[in-house]
Design a protein around this ligand. Structure first.
Ligand code: IVH
Length: 670
């Protein structure tokens, strides 16, 4: 393909993929199948890899991330990012209303109400319709440009498609993790034995500041916009600003309402007090804004916040109820979670019977006693929390609750590792929920994807003594399955077919499915790409493991411990004998040119527009070679930002040519 052909093709594919993305994320519609969409995207990715200089600024491939940012650029806000005065009291709102009326000297005015989204504020700068910067609040005056991470937010337009859009403007809003996504993320963390995140807001904040945008893309951040700024935008009210933002393709929460006076504002507040629990994200109050922009100007700002807006915060509903006892759940990894069993009580619209107590520290912190009455809260969150003890109701002589010593499932003495909050049951191979949990982990979609099996079937297979480990699945006979409740000829065959089909699952899925602690799907993919086979991985030393991407000390130790255990090695051998894939079939990139003519490269530092693996692929695809260390034989050191000084020094001493990314891109041009 010529340069000119590629230019045209990349333009068309970018246009097409963006069009379908827009339909899907902004309008909830589709015109092509997922498969067709993936094909288009893949063609574009391949072409961009061949012709990196031709990638367009609104390329949808940025949605999947890849760029690594070592240090975010500090950017001064054109308009400071202020906070809002906030209150929990309706009287304060009436006082605010009076101040506004006074400030406007009797001229009529209206309010515009929105929910207060509990996320991380962001300022997005668009230049000529293209998303150019995404800046965090920082100290309100300067923030960090997290553009590569913001671009992974699917609902955010990278390029505005509407007509009559100002050449430069800024929109502000709140980045968040939806309740569903947050729950799923925690489920996945629990599954690989990582501690779960405490709340969605902090997790969203941490995610937005991650260095690897490919990781951010997997977290599925989302964003609601609520503020439009810029010169000569030609709007008179906040309501018009909201409508314009909607027209330009921004996601605005449909929960806003214009209110004629403070009584309507209070109605709005009461309406959403419980209804907000059903929204996809967490909210913690209502933001009330004077609608007219000229009136906003008249009212102006104090040093810290606008006089034309205020936030009303909902009090987290709290109720006292009797603690009937504590039960302890044992997960796949043996982690024990204490759960408060409560006298059922109505809270924020639902009956609460149980609340997680997280770990022994939490029980200690609350100093729970038998028969205590506890306060239960349900903020905006789904999961109720025990926030304290109602000491007034504690009977004299009540005994403090002691954490259990032995596993409630198998009686084994629990252990607690220094520095970890959780207790563990060490009886990995004999504790029922750990055994069935491991098999459930193995069959899940991201692992071996055996959807003909479910939780109940696995529990039954275990209780009938038919399975103890995932490898046992491959020894099951039809006669075994027919022993299960409600399983007849057809469903038995179905299960067997599903098990047989799992033999085609790629190596990284097998590796993930084996359930090595701390080895989630991403890590399994990286390990598979780096070591290429189970044998190489099993034979790797702690130090060799540390060389692999994404692998730190915790993961390296966990992998070493896993393969040190005989029973695990036996399990792997059985899975191999059953015909599961034990080698990576990640292909070497296809040759597209010989532009680099067998020259050798070492890649060092970070690059704004490339992930290191992608650069490696580009070099290989264009006839070059990639080495890991600088030596006299090396042709080029490809230097990015923040590269270590020692490599550079060595390269200079040995007379190796050091090139930057532009020079490298130029080498690829025909
Ligand atoms: S308007 C001049 N609207 O709450 C301030 N803010 O405490 C303009 N927030 O900084 C902000 N939902 O991070 C506005 N619907 C909403 C909001 C909202 C959440 C956040 C935002 C703001 C903070 C103020």
């Amino acid at each position: 393909m010529t340069h000119a052909e590629a230019t045209k093709e990349i333009q068309q594919l970018t246009e097409q993929v963006n069009y379908h993305n827009n339909l899907y994320y902004q309008q909830n519609r589709t015109e092509i199948s997922d498969f067709e969409f993936d094909q288009l995207l893949k063609q574009l990715i391949d072409l961009e890899n061949q012709f990196p200089a031709l990638k367009l600024p609104d390329s949808p491939t940025q949605r999947v991330g890849g760029a690594i940012t070592k240090e975010f650029e500090a950017v001064a806000h054109q308009y400071p990012m202020l906070s809002l005065g906030n209150t929990y009291s309706e009287q304060d709102l009436r006082d605010f209303d009076e101040r506004v009326a006074k400030g406007l000297e009797g001229v009529a005015f209206e309010y515009f109400c929105e929910l207060k989204f509990d996320g991380v504020s962001i300022s997005l700068i668009y230049e000529d319709g293209i998303l150019a910067k995404a800046v965090t609040r920082g100290d309100g005056v300067r923030g960090d440009n997290v553009i590569a991470n913001a671009k992974t937010i699917r609902t955010l337009p990278l390029k505005i498609r509407a007509t009559e859009v100002p050449p430069k403007f800024e929109v502000r809003g709140e980045v968040f993790l939806s309740k569903d996504v947050f729950r799923q993320l925690n489920r996945e963390r629990e599954d690989i034995g990582e501690e779960t995140y405490a709340n969605a807001r902090n997790t969203a904040s941490g995610t937005l500041k991650m260095q690897d945008s490919a990781e951010v893309a997997k977290r599925k951040l989302d964003c609601y916009l609520y503020y439009l700024l810029g010169e000569s935008i030609g709007i008179q009210t906040h309501e018009q600003a909201i409508r314009e933002m909607e027209r330009w393709g921004f996601q605005v929460s449909p929960t806003y309402r214009k209110c004629r006076d403070i009584n309507e504002v209070l109605q709005y507040i009461h309406y959403w007090e419980t209804k907000r629990n059903g929204l996809p994200l967490e909210t913690d109050g209502v933001v009330i804004k004077v609608n007219d922009l000229d009136q906003q100007k008249v009212l102006g700002f104090t040093a810290k916040s606008p006089r034309w807006a205020i936030a009303y915060k909902y009090k987290a509903e709290s109720i006292s109820t009797r603690l009937n006892g504590i039960t302890y759940q044992v997960g796949r990894t043996g982690a024990v979670t204490p759960v408060a069993e409560l006298e059922p009580v109505l809270l924020a619209g639902t009956t609460v019977k149980r609340a997680s107590l997280h770990n022994a520290n939490e029980i200690e912190r609350l100093a729970l006693h038998e028969g205590d009455f506890v306060f239960v809260e349900k903020g905006g969150e789904i999961i109720p929390k025990v926030t304290g003890v109602d000491l007034a109701q504690r009977g004299s002589g009540a005994k403090p609750i002691k954490y259990i010593n032995a596993c409630p499932e198998c009686g084994t003495k629990l252990i607690r590792t220094e520095g970890e909050a959780n207790h563990y049951c060490p009886n990995e191979k004999g504790c029922p929920p750990q055994i069935t949990g491991k098999v459930e982990h193995f069959i899940q979609r991201k692992a071996l994807d055996i959807d003909s099996l479910g939780e109940q079937t696995i529990k039954q297979l275990f209780s009938l003594g038919l399975i103890k480990t995932p490898a046992d699945l491959y020894d099951l006979q039809k006669s075994d399955l027919l022993k299960l409740d409600k399983v007849k000829e057809k469903s038995a065959q179905n299960i067997l077919d599903g098990i047989a089909a799992s033999k085609n699952a790629p190596f990284e899925s097998v590796l993930f499915g084996m359930g090595i602690r701390f080895v989630g799907k991403t890590v399994a993919e990286k390990l598979s790409g780096y070591f290429k086979s189970m044998d190489a991985l099993a034979g790797a030393s702690y130090d060799q493991l540390l060389q692999a991407p994404e692998v730190g000390e915790k993961i390296a130790q966990s992998v070493v411990d896993f393969f040190a255990e005989e029973s695990n090695r036996t399990e792997v051998a059985r899975l191999k004998a059953a015909g599961l894939k034990m080698e990576s079939n990640q292909k070497e990139p296809e040759k597209v040119s010989n532009a680099l003519g067998d020259k050798s490269f070492v890649i060092s530092g970070t690059f704004a527009n490339y992930e290191r693996d992608a650069l490696k692929d580009i070099i290989l695809a264009n006839g070059g070679r990639v080495l890991s260390g600088v030596s006299g034989k090396l042709d080029y050191l490809l230097a990015g930002e923040n590269m270590g000084p020692s490599k550079l020094e060595k390269a200079e001493k040995l007379g190796v040519t050091v090139i930057g990314i532009e020079a490298f891109e130029a080498m690829l041009k025909p």
